[in-house]
Design a protein. Structure first.
Length: 246
């Protein structure tokens, strides 16, 4: 823990000691005394410094992990998480939003290949089931942290997509540069628990909360040009919506 961070405990207070520790660390994070990426001392050192038991310190840290303020990394220790990505609900790509926010986006392409579509995707893309469509799966990072797993289906031949291109630029930027004029999208937002495979990709625990987004984007002719089904780490990502009375 940084040297200038002081934890002042009131042992006569009815407030549990673990909660006092957690709240003071959380306040230090909010003030900026503990910057994103800062490492905390291990539980034994913290317990010794504060004169507390190790289970009390462990409970305080777990409380902050559950709130999304701290993250445990194997071989590294406990760190303050990077600031949460807040994204407005607009017809933009995650890559572009991260770049504008200074979050240093990076992409690893997990799949890029034609695949036959099932009935659900066929209906969305207005093709027959079994028709080949381009399937894209990517792991998106923000400031070095895995943030989202992105699954997309596109009509074959819509744009010349390559792994190198998708790792250097956002999907929407590539589509626009290929002359695709995206006009409107239908979007559904939800939440669920992470599977074991998803947790491994996103460096989360199994069952961790994930935000989900399913979006179908249409061009100015009303043709579906992209269908996405994405998952995001709830601890690092949120969606902002402005509501207007009519």
């Amino acid at each position: 823990m940084t040297a200038n961070l002081a934890i002042d405990l009131d042992r006569s207070s009815p407030v549990p000691l673990y909660f006092q520790v957690a709240e003071q660390i959380a306040e230090a994070i909010r003030r900026g005394d503990l910057a994103p990426g800062s490492r905390l001392d291990n539980e034994i050192l913290l317990a010794d410094k504060l004169g507390l038991s190790r289970p009390t310190i462990r409970q305080a840290i777990q409380y902050l992990v559950d709130k999304g303020l701290l993250v445990r990394k194997r071989g590294v220790g406990t760190q303050v998480v990077h600031g949460q990505v807040k994204r407005s609900v607009e017809l933009t790509s995650l890559y572009d939003d991260l770049r504008r926010a200074g979050q240093e986006p990076a992409t690893h392409v997990l799949a890029l290949e034609p695949r036959p579509v099932d009935e659900e995707i066929a209906k969305i893309l207005a093709v027959e089931p079994g028709t080949q469509a381009l399937y894209v799966e990517r792991l998106r990072f923000a400031s070095g942290e895995p943030l989202a797993v992105l699954h997309n289906w596109l009509p074959v031949g819509l744009a010349p997509l390559t792994s190198e291109g998708l790792e250097a630029r956002g999907l929407y930027e590539l589509l626009r540069s290929a002359g695709v004029r995206m006009r409107v999208a239908n979007q559904r937002i939800g939440a669920r628990a992470a599977s074991a495979a998803e947790a491994k990709l996103l460096d989360e625990r199994r069952g961790a909360p994930l935000l989900t987004m399913v979006r179908t984007t249409y061009d100015d002719q009303g043709r579906a040009v992209e269908h996405g089904s994405h998952i995001y780490r709830a601890s690092l990502y949120s969606l902002e919506v402005t509501l207007i009375e009519r």
